[in-house]
Design a protein around this ligand. Structure first.
Ligand SMILES: Nc1ncnc2c1ncn2[C@@H]1O[C@H](COP(=O)(O)OP(=O)(O)OP(=O)(O)O)[C@@H](O)[C@H]1O
Length: 861
C-alpha cells in the first residue's frame, strides 16, 4: 500500500527551534544480516528522506538523514552541538537515541575508542565553550542514572537504588541522586565509565551487549557573568539519554531477559503515546506518569527546552517492519512543538554563588592573616606575644606554626572551592580572582611531569594552547576507550599537554604567586596528588573488574579476547606505575611542606588508617585466638578419630577371628569337638555338605534353565494359539459365508431343475404339436427363440465371487440349459469341496488351538 509522504523536508536543527529536531541514523548492515541473506529495505534518499526499496512511494522526511557511512562527529554537529550550545546559554536540552535493539543507539550516544559518541563529544564541547567564554564563570555537576525494570538506580552511587521521582516548580527531579562537580572532560568521562560499570547490560540474539536499561546522563550547568555584566546566575540542564531498544517477538529471550524486555517495551510504548498526544497539539491528557522515563522527560517533552531525537535504524529487510515503526515514531515526534526559553535561578539557590561568597570571605580572612592581624587577636595581644617571643622563642614558634596551619587550611579550602569554578584561561577579569596572566607559572618538565597528571585539577588548560582550546581540552583515544562498558583512564586525556615546558594557568595561581609561590606550591600539589592517587586507585579497581569480566568471557573464545586482555593488563600496570610515582611525589611534597592542610588531611587519613589498622589488628588477634582454639579442638577431634579408627580395626579383627571360630566350631559342638578327630569329622561333613551344596546349586541352575526354556516355549505356544484362534475365527466366518452360498445354490439348482423339467415338457409337447401341425417352421422357431430372449434371468458368477443376473446369456435351448445346469453343478461341487476343505482346516486349527491351550496351561504351571 502506498504511504503518503509524511512530514515535509525541513531545515536542519540549527534553527532556533519550534519543534523537536528529528534525525535518522542508518547503521551499516551487520555481518550477521548479510549472512542470512538480508537485503536493503530502507535507504537514505538524499539527506532528508528515508525511502522504502520495495515500495518507493513510502517515504518519510526528517530534519536530516544520515547514511550508514556517516560518522558520529557529523551526527553530533547536526543533532548535538546546537542543543549543547543552547544549554551553555541557559536553555535546557535533551538529546536521546531511539530505536530497536541493536540499531546503534549506544554506538551513537557512547561510541567507542575509534568513534566517540554524542556524550563524550558533548562533554568535550562544553569545556571548549567554557574556554571560549571569557568573563563568565561556570560550575558543572553531573548525575547518571538508569531506569531498570521501572526502578531508578543511581549509577554514580551503588547504594542509591529505587530512587523516587519528585516535582517542584522547576519540574521533575530524582530525589537523593548523587551529583558530582566535574573539572575536566576526563573527570566527567571517568564518572560515566564508573557508572557504566553498574549499568544493566545483557545479551540477546541480536546484540551481545544489549542495554537492558534506559540511562540518563545529566549535566547541570550554572553560569554567571562578572562585574557590570552580572545578571544573576543561570541554571540549565543537559540530558543525554541512551534508551534501551524495543524488542520484537524475533528477539529470543527467556526469563529475566523477557521480563526486562517487557518493561523496556512498556516504557517505550508510553513514550510513543506521550509523543503521539503531544504531536496532536490538543489539550488532552498526556500520560507522563505511566512510566518513569516519560515522567523524568516530562519537562523536556512538554516543551521547556530543546529536544533532539536521533532515531537509529538498520536498512536490513529482516527488520523492515521494526524500522518502519521507528520511522513512524520519528515522524510523529516531528510534530511536537517546543517553546525553549532561557532559565534563571535566584542567587541564593545557586551553588556557584554560595562558593563565590565563601571564597571572598575566606580571602578576607587570609589577607588579615597575611598582614599579621589575625581575626580576633588584638594589638596588645600581639605586643605581648612579641614580648613573649623575646622571652621564650619556643612558645612563639608554636604560635606561629599554628598561624601557618590556619593559613594553610584557609588556602586549601579556597583552593578547593576555586577549582570547582571553571573559567576560561583567556579570562582577564581584574579584582575578583586577581589578574590571571600574572598567575601563569612555568617550570621545566621533570620525570614526574611527564606523567600526564593534571597539575592543578582545574580546567587543565594549557597556556601554550590557549588558542586551540580543543587541543587543551582534547581527549585522547584512550579516554574514549574508558566509556561504553570499558574501563576508563582520565589521565590520558591530558597526555597531549606534555611538552618540554608546561605552563600552568589556574585561579589557584594567585595563591601560589609571589613569596607564597615557592613555599605553598607543594601544599596545593599535595591535594591534587592525593586526589589523583584516589582516582587512580578507583581507575585501577575499575580496570581490574573489567579484566576479570573479560577473562570470564574469554573462557569460550580466548583468542578474540587475548589482545583486549593484554591491553588492559598493560593499562593496569601503567596506572600502578603512575600511582607509585604519585605516591613518591606525595611523600616528597609531604617532606617539603610540613605545615599544610593537605598534610593535615593526609595525617588525618593516616591516623584514620592507623586506627582502622589497629582495629583490624585487634580483630586479627581475636581471630587468631579463635583460630588457635579451633585448631586445638581440631587436634582433639583428630586424636579421637584416630582412637576410634584403631578401635574399629581392633573390633574388625576380633569379629574376623570370632566368625572364623564360629565356622570351625559350631556352637552345639564347640566344646565337645575340640579334639582333632572331631575337627576332622566336622571337616568331612563340611566337605560333603559343600559337595551337596554344589549339586543343589547345579540343579538349581538346571531348573532355572529349564524353566526359562519352558517359558520361551510357552510364549511361542501362546503366540501360535492366538494366531490359530484368529485363523479359526476367520475360517468360521468364511465357512458361514460358504454355507450361505451353498444353500443359495442348492435352492437355485432346485429351481433350475424344475424349470428344466418344465422346459423338457414344453419341448416335448411342442414337438408333438409340430409333428401333428404344419411341421418344421424354422422361422417361427427362431422368432420364438428371439421373442423369449431375456425372459429368464441367469445368475452368473463373474469370477470375483459376485453373482449377478445375465439376461443376455440365456436362451431356451435345452442344450444350453443342460450345459448351464452342468456348469452349475460343477461349481456347486467345487464349492462343496472347498467347504469341506475349509472344514478340515478349521478342525485342524481348532485342534491345534486346544493343544496349545493345554500345553500353555501346563507349562505355565
Ligand atoms: N553507525 C554504525 N556504524 C558501525 N557500527 C555500528 C553502527 N551502529 C551500530 N553499530 C554496531 O552495531 C552493534 C549494535 O549497536 P548498539 O549496541 O549501539 O545497539 P543498540 O541500539 O544500543 O542496542 P540495544 O538496544 O540492544 O542496546 C554494535 O556492534 C555496534 O558497534
Amino acid at each position: 500500500m502506498d504511504e503518503a509522504l509524511i512530514g515535509e523536508p525541513l531545515e536542519t536543527t540549527s534553527r532556533s527551534g519550534d519543534s523537536i529536531s528529528v534525525t535518522i541514523r542508518f547503521r551499516p548492515m551487520s555481518e550477521r544480516e548479510y549472512q542470512r541473506g538480508d537485503e536493503i529495505a530502507w535507504y537514505a534518499d538524499g539527506d532528508k528522506l528515508v525511502r522504502n526499496e520495495y515500495n518507493p512511494m513510502t517515504a518519510y522526511a526528517y530534519d536530516k538523514v544520515f547514511g550508514p557511512n556517516t560518522n558520529t562527529q557529523e551526527v553530533y554537529e547536526v543533532a548535538g552541538r546546537p542543543v549543547v550550545k543552547a544549554a551553555m546559554e541557559g536553555v535546557n536540552g535533551t538529546v536521546f537515541a531511539y530505536g530497536v535493539t541493536s540499531s546503534g543507539k549506544t554506538h551513537t550516544m557512547h561510541g567507542d575508542q575509534n568513534s566517540p559518541g554524542i556524550i563524550p563529544l558533548a562533554i568535550k564541547d562544553v569545556f571548549s565553550i567554557i574556554q571560549d567564554t571569557p568573563g563568565c564563570e561556570f560550575l558543572l555537576r553531573v548525575s547518571y542514572l538508569e531506569i531498570y525494570n521501572e526502578v531508578i538506580n543511581d549509577l554514580l552511587d551503588p547504594t542509591g537504588q529505587n530512587l523516587r521521582v519528585r516535582e517542584d516548580a522547576q519540574g521533575t527531579y530524582v530525589e537523593g541522586i548523587k551529583e558530582e562537580v566535574v573539572l575536566s572532560p576526563g573527570h566527567a568521562l571517568s564518572f560515566i565509565a564508573a557508572g557504566e560499570e553498574h549499568r544493566h547490560v545483557g545479551s540477546n540474539n541480536f546484540n551481545l551487549f544489549s542495554s537492558r536499561s534506559h540511562t540518563i546522563f545529566t549535566l547541570m550547568i550554572e553560569s554567571s557573568s562578572h562585574g557590570d555584566d552580572y545578571d544573576g546566575v543561570i541554571f540549565s540542564q543537559l540530558n543525554l539519554i541512551d534508551l534501551a531498544g524495543s524488542e520484537s517477538s524475533k528477539t529470543e529471550t527467556t526469563g529475566l531477559r523477557r521480563k526486562e524486555g517487557s518493561y523496556i517495551n512498556k516504557s517505550l510504548l508510553t513514550l510513543g503515546t506521550v509523543i503521539g498526544k503531544l504531536s496532536e497539539g490538543k489539550a488532552s491528557h498526556v500520560p507522563y506518569r505511566d512510566s518513569k522515563l516519560t515522567r523524568l522527560l516530562q519537562s523536556s517533552l512538554s516543551g521547556h527546552g530543546h529536544v533532539s531525537l536521533i532515531c537509529t535504524v538498520t536498512p536490513a529487510s529482516s527488520n523492515m517492519e521494526e524500522t518502519h515503526n521507528t520511522l513512524k515514531f520519528a515522524s510523529r515526534a516531528k510534530h511536537v512543538e517546543i517553546y525553549a526559553s532561557r532559565n534563571k535561578i535566584i542567587d541564593e539557590k545557586s551553588l556557584i554563588k554560595k562558593y563565590q561568597k565563601e571564597i571572598s570571605f575566606l580571602k578576607q580572612e587570609l589577607d588579615e592573616l597575611k598582614k599579621g592581624m589575625p581575626a580576633g587577636v588584638s594589638h596588645e595581644e600581639i605586643l605581648t606575644l612579641r614580648q613573649k617571643l623575646e622571652e621564650g622563642q619556643v612558645k612563639m614558634q608554636s604560635r606561629l606554626e599554628e598561624e601557618e596551619e590556619a593559613k594553610a587550611a584557609l588556602m586549601s579550602r579556597i583552593q578547593r572551592l576555586t577549582k570547582l569554578i571553571l573559567v576560561s584561561s583567556k579570562n582577564t577579569i581584574p579584582g575578583y580572582l586577581g589578574d590571571i596572566s600574572s598567575h601563569q607559572r612555568s617550570h621545566s618538565v621533570t620525570e614526574d611531569d611527564k606523567l600526564d597528571v593534571p597539575r592543578d585539577g582545574s580546567l587543565l588548560i594549557d597556556g601554550d594552547n590557549q588558542d586551540s582550546p580543543s587541543s587543551a581540552l582534547s581527549m585522547s583515544s584512550d579516554a574514549y576507550a574508558s566509556i561504553h562498558r570499558r574501563s576508563s583512564s582520565k589521565w590520558n586525556d591530558n597526555l597531549s599537554q606534555a611538552g618540554s615546558t608546561i605552563t600552568e594557568t589556574t585561579q589557584v595561581g594567585e595563591l601560589i604567586s609571589g613569596s607564597c609561590c615557592t613555599s605553598k606550591l607543594p601544599i596545593i600539589r599535595m591535594t591534587f596528588l592525593v586526589e589523583q592517587v584516589k582516582m587512580l586507585a578507583g581507575e585501577i579497581a575499575l580496570s581490574t573488574s573489567t579484566l576479570k569480566r573479560l577473562i570470564e568471557q574469554s573462557v569460550n573464545d580466548p583468542e578474540s579476547f587475548k589482545t583486549q586482555i593484554q591491553n588492559l593488563e598493560l593499562e593496569i600496570q601503567e596506572k600502578r606505575r603512575q600511582m607509585r610515582v604519585l605516591e613518591r611525589r606525595i611523600v616528597e611534597s609531604g617532606e617539603a611542606s610540613v605545615a599544610n592542610a593537605s598534610m593535615v588531611e593526609m595525617q588525618q587519613t593516616v591516623m584514620k588508617l592507623m586506627a582502622q589498622c589497629s582495629e583490624k589488628g585487634f580483630e586479627l588477634e581475636i581471630k587468631s585466638a579463635d583460630n588457635r582454639i579451633l585448631q586445638e579442638q581440631l587436634q582433639n577431634k583428630c586424636a579421637e578419630n584416630n582412637e576410634l579408627q584403631e578401635k574399629i580395626i581392633h573390633l574388625e579383627k576380633q569379629l574376623a577371628s570370632v566368625s572364623g571360630d564360629k565356622l570351625l566350631y559350631p556352637s552345639e559342638h564347640s566344646e565337645q569337638c575340640a579334639s582333632n578327630e572331631c575337627v576332622e569329622e566336622f571337616r568331612k561333613k563340611l566337605q560333603s555338605q559343600e559337595i551337596e551344596n554344589e549339586k543343589l546349586k547345579l540343579e538349581h541352575v538346571q531348573t532355572l534353565e529349564e524353566n526359562s526354556g519352558l517359558r520361551v516355549q510357552n510364549q511361542k505356544l501362546s503366540e501360535e494359539a492366538s494366531y490359530a484362534k484368529e485363523l479359526a475365527s476367520a475360517a468360521a466366518v468364511e465357512l458361514k459365508n460358504l454355507a450361505g452360498e451353498v444353500t443359495k445354490l442348492s435352492v437355485q439348482n432346485a429351481k433350475l431343475e424344475k424349470e428344466l423339467q418344465a422346459t423338457h415338457e414344453l419341448v416335448k409337447s411342442r414337438s408333438s404339436n409340430l409333428q401333428t401341425g404344419n411341421g418344421g417352421n424354422r422361422k417361427y422357431h427362431d422368432g420364438q427363440r428371439t421373442g423369449r430372449r431375456g425372459r429368464f434371468t441367469s445368475r452368473v458368477n463373474d469370477g470375483s465371487g459376485m453373482v449377478h443376473d445375465d439376461f443376455d446369456s440365456w436362451s431356451l435351448d435345452p442344450d444350453d440349459l443342460k450345459m448351464e445346469l452342468h456348469a452349475r453343478k460343477q461349481r456347486e461341487s467345487a464349492l462343496e469341496a472347498a467347504l469341506a476343505e475349509k472344514e478340515i482346516l478349521e478342525d485342524e486349527y481348532r485342534k491345534k488351538f486346544e493343544d496349545g491351550k493345554g500345553e500353555g496351561g501346563s507349562s505355565g504351571k
